[in-house]
Unconditional design. Structure first.
Length: 845
RNA sequence: GCCCUCGUGGUGAAAUUGGUAGACACAAAGGACUUAAAAUCCUUGCCGCUUGCGGAGUGCCAGUUCGAGUCUGGCCGAGGGCACCA
């Protein structure tokens, strides 16, 4: 038996696919399309197991759909702008462009070794001017549509690196790189008006039936729609202010009103700008306000003003006005109406400042004298102590009724609020897409004319300066448009902008004048199946959905509602963690197993502690390098193993034993292939064709269904079953023709998962051309005999193998003839019998 | 605190519309082949007794049903998301 030489065979097929451009896609409107896309990678320089899993899942689908006759678009590109390039460049004295290009080459060759069916002619890279010039054009379009604007906003400012940090880059109130305490700073920033589409983005979720529910729920919560009312409170006091607006979801609890709380950034705060006590209070607020958790568990603190607010439903009722640390400026109107009895946060605040706590809702099962004591009651019930609102059912009914009254009295009106905030896209960094605008001396914005695009990034720049390197590029910054001397915007776009439309670019990657051709978009979009990690559930997926709506906005030529028809989020790749006796993390390569126990290779006296299996990460040293795996076991074995055992949406445990077993299985299949080849040479007279036809047709049905449902782990099991079945049956006699036909179908079933192996075998049996996904024949699926479960009092007591459609009477007589079964029935009266044809009989005695 | 998802052998997991629980694989133990090892193949899997069979059994407690891993209610546990959103 010869060894399966995966090295030569995999290389042979990869070269052939490249030479023949097997996976090149054309826009062919006569064919049904299938757009299969995996989230494109950041070119870090090396692929990791997460990539292997992501791209294997996508490749299985792309190959399957292609064999089914679809015109498949399966492209790949690079999300190549971003900070790591800038950081690496600083460390290695290499410019980000060179570093990135080098990484792309390295990763591309690694991906190719996986044998992916990708149309590499459509490769794109977001850091090239050919890509980002279109992005700049989109920016200008959105500017014209007023979907982009500039505003002052608070940002996380790192005073050492002189740059803005994203929220996730602030760890415990400190910059992740510099370690400096992050400051709140007001800066002029560019914003995409994503909140304009809040309702559309929310409504669109209802139609995304092929998205995981989890992701839809996350987006729904993120958009955070709430229904309530805006109320205008009259205020009196020593300031030139006579009313304050609030948003509330519970106007029905107005009779429980006991204070008004304002954000420290509320416009009224301007009257306190020279009040030392207020400034002190403000500082205290910012201290607790660094981490989210500290905010949540932190004390509620307030600063009392001399203002008094009037209850609009009861003008005699006046309450104090506070500034409070828990009120956010960018939600509602930066002012909250406090009803302590029915909101825990208001309750805490009222306790601390000894404010009135008046109960106005009682639970359904309580009496009218119900009183809130130790904690607020936010639940449903009946309104009490509320004058003309008494007796209303809260909250649904009472809120609507109260709003009606407020609207009649012109005190307030119905209002819907969203938590979704506009998307700040300015980044004070070099390695990103330049924002195509300039400013005059007065700071007025001048868009760069489209004819002057792209605004290219300057090369050979000094990165070791503090802050944004573009700021110090005088030559680049100065520009003359229509004779006017202007200064360029030095901020670049958030890299999430690049990934918000790359799937459109893949449809027309060679189009020079526009980001895409409408013709191509209308054919290819939406992406039929998008595959990637769940960590992008909100940001990337929401931004992309927004981008489609933004470019479709006021556009007559096309209207794309949603970019991704189907979404699949795969689980992570995990591995056991190891520590040496000194509690240092140890990588799997440094370990040797002796008699089932693990020791350090370099010092065999040191035993290794095995920790739980966790998602692969460099910090825990539990990563496995895909390159080594492919080198030692081959791409097919790697693909097979990463799909085995765990369903693709769940985490998978990587193990040495697992990859070895996949590797061995391919060898078994190779041996099996040799056996079949011998059998095909003979032409037998005896005929077991029916059995093999039946098995194959059932296999086709199962594998096809499992592919449609992303049950890829079950396909691997199906292949094992196939091997076991044929190993037992091969000595039987089949006609040459049947065996060959069925074997060919089986090889096609294997080919999405282990394409190199399957194509090699198909070639050997001279059948690599015109391969189509096999279909099954119903007549082989149905059995003429069935196994019937015999239950007595609901307990399984035996099985009978009978002719299909045996009726109840005959079955019962057979049960009685069966010695084992009948012993349960002797001297008993059958009280009741339940019979389901071809399935079960349950006898109650 | 709120929202979502999930609890099945030593492990990863299978189980159409409620109808044979544990397919397939990993690990372990025992066996076969072999001078031996590797490789390969077979058996076992929780409790009880003798092969064979019987019993319990899908996180826990109830319920619906002839029949529940699957449906309903309550509880416990794990993972993920959000977090002063008024």
């Amino acid at each position: 038996m010869d060894r399966y030489n995966f090295k030569t065979i995999e290389e042979k097929w990869q070269n052939l696919w490249a030479k023949n451009k097997t996976f090149k896609t054309k826009t062919d409107k006569s064919k049904k399309k299938f757009y299969c896309l995996e989230m494109f990678p950041y070119p870090s320089g090396k692929i990791h197991m997460g990539h292997v899993r992501n791209y294997t899942i996508g490749d299985v689908l792309a190959r399957f759909k292609s064999l089914q006759g679809f015109n498949v678009l399966h492209p790949m590109g690079w999300d190549s702008f971003g900070m790591p390039a800038e950081n690496a460049a600083r460390q290695n004295n290499l410019d980000p462009k060179t570093w990135t290009e080098k990484n792309i080459l390295a990763m591309k060759s690694q991906l190719k070794k996986l044998g992916l069916s990708i149309d590499w002619d459509r490769e794109i890279s977001t850091c090239t001017p050919e890509y980002y010039k279109h992005q700049q054009a989109f920016f200008l379009d959105l500017l014209e549509k007023k979907l982009v604007y500039r505003k002052e906003n608070y940002v996380n400012w790192d005073p050492v690196d002189e740059t803005v940090l994203a929220n996730e880059q602030v760890i415990d109130g400190k910059g992740w790189r510099s370690g400096a305490a992050v400051e709140r700073k007001k800066l002029s920033q560019w914003f995409f008006n994503i909140s304009k589409f809040s309702q559309d983005l929310l409504d669109g979720l209802d139609n995304l039936n092929s998205w995981p529910n989890k992701v839809k729920v996350m987006q729904k919560n993120w958009i955070g729609k709430s229904f309530g009312s805006e109320i205008n409170f009259k205020v009196e006091g020593d300031l030139p202010v006579d009313n304050i607006k609030c948003f509330t979801t519970r106007p029905d609890t107005l009779f429980g009103f006991s204070f008004l709380a304002l954000s420290i950034d509320h416009e009224i705060s301007k009257f306190y700008s020279d009040n030392n006590d207020f400034l002190k209070f403000k500082e205290e607020c910012s201290k607790t306000g660094t981490t989210e958790e500290a905010i949540a568990v932190g004390d509620k603190i307030g600063f009392k003003t001399n203002l008094v607010a009037t209850n609009p439903l009861n003008p005699k009722h006046k309450v104090p006005v506070f500034f409070a640390n828990f009120v956010l400026m960018d939600y509602g109107f930066g002012a909250v109406f406090g009803c302590p009895a029915h909101d825990q946060r208001d309750f805490d605040f009222a306790k601390k400042y000894k404010l009135e706590i008046k109960t106005v809702v009682k639970p359904f099962n309580e009496n009218d004298d119900f009183e809130v004591k130790d904690e607020a009651y936010p639940g449903p019930g009946i309104l009490i102590n509320s004058n003309f609102l008494n007796g209303l059912e809260a909250p649904d009914n009472s809120v609507i009724e109260t709003i009606k009254i407020l609207e009649e009295k012109k005190i307030g009106k119905k209002q819907i609020n969203y938590r979704l905030k506009d998307w700040g896209v300015s980044r004070q960094r070099y390695w990103g897409c330049p924002i195509p605008v300039a400013y005059d001396e007065k700071g007025n914005v001048h868009p760069i004319p489209k004819s002057m695009l792209p605004v290219k990034l300057p090369e050979n720049i000094e990165l070791k300066v503090k802050g944004n390197p573009l700021d110090s590029q005088k030559d680049w910054k100065e520009i003359t448009i229509d004779g006017k001397k202007l200064t360029r915007e030095t901020d670049t776009l958030d890299t999430f902008v690049c990934s918000s439309w790359y799937f459109l670019r893949f449809c027309s990657p060679y189009e020079n004048n526009h980001g895409f051709k409408e013709d191509d978009i209308n054919y290819w979009m939406p992406v039929d199946q998008y595959i990637g990690g769940v960590e992008h559930a909100i940001l990337h997926l929401l931004y992309s959905r927004f981008f489609m709506k933004a470019i479709s906005y006021n556009n007559k030529n096309f209207n794309l509602e949603e970019p991704f028809y189907g979404l699949f989020t795969q689980g992570m790749v995990c591995h056991e963690t190891y520590k040496d006796p000194d509690n240092n993390w140890v990588s799997p390569e440094e370990i040797e197993t002796i008699d089932g126990k693990k020791y350090l290779k370099s010092d065999k006296s040191k035993m290794i502690k095995v920790g739980p299996s966790e998602s692969m990460s460099k910090s825990k040293k539990n990563t496995i390098d895909p390159e080594n795996i492919i080198l030692n076991y081959g791409a097919d074995a790697a693909r097979l193993f990463i799909l085995s055992d765990s369903p693709p949406e769940k985490d998978v445990q990587w193990s040495e034993e697992g990859i070895v077993s996949s590797f061995k299985f391919i060898q078994k299949l190779w041996n099996f292939n040799s056996k079949i080849l011998k059998e095909i040479q003979k032409d037998h007279k005896k005929d077991h064709d029916q059995e093999v036809e039946k098995f194959t047709n059932k296999l086709i049905k199962k594998v096809t269904e499992n592919l449609e449902n992303f049950s890829y782990n079950k396909i691997v099991a199906n292949l094992h079953e196939m091997h076991t079945f044929f190993s037992k049956q091969i000595e039987n006699d089949y006609t040459k023709k049947t065996l060959k036909k069925n074997y060919k179908d089986i090889l096609i079933l294997m080919s999405p998962v282990i394409p190199h192996f399957a194509n090699e075998c198909l070639e050997i049996i001279q059948s690599q051309n015109s391969n189509k996904w096999p279909t099954f024949d119903q007549k082989f699926i149905e059995n003429e005999s069935v196994t019937i479960v015999i239950q007595i009092n609901g307990k399984k007591r035996g099985l009978l193998n009978l002719k299909k459609d045996t009726d109840e009477k005959e079955l019962l007589s057979l049960v009685k003839k069966d010695e084992k079964l009948n012993k349960y029935l002797e001297n008993k009266i059958i009280k009741k019998q339940i019979f389901i044809k071809n399935k079960i009989i349950n006898l109650i005695i």
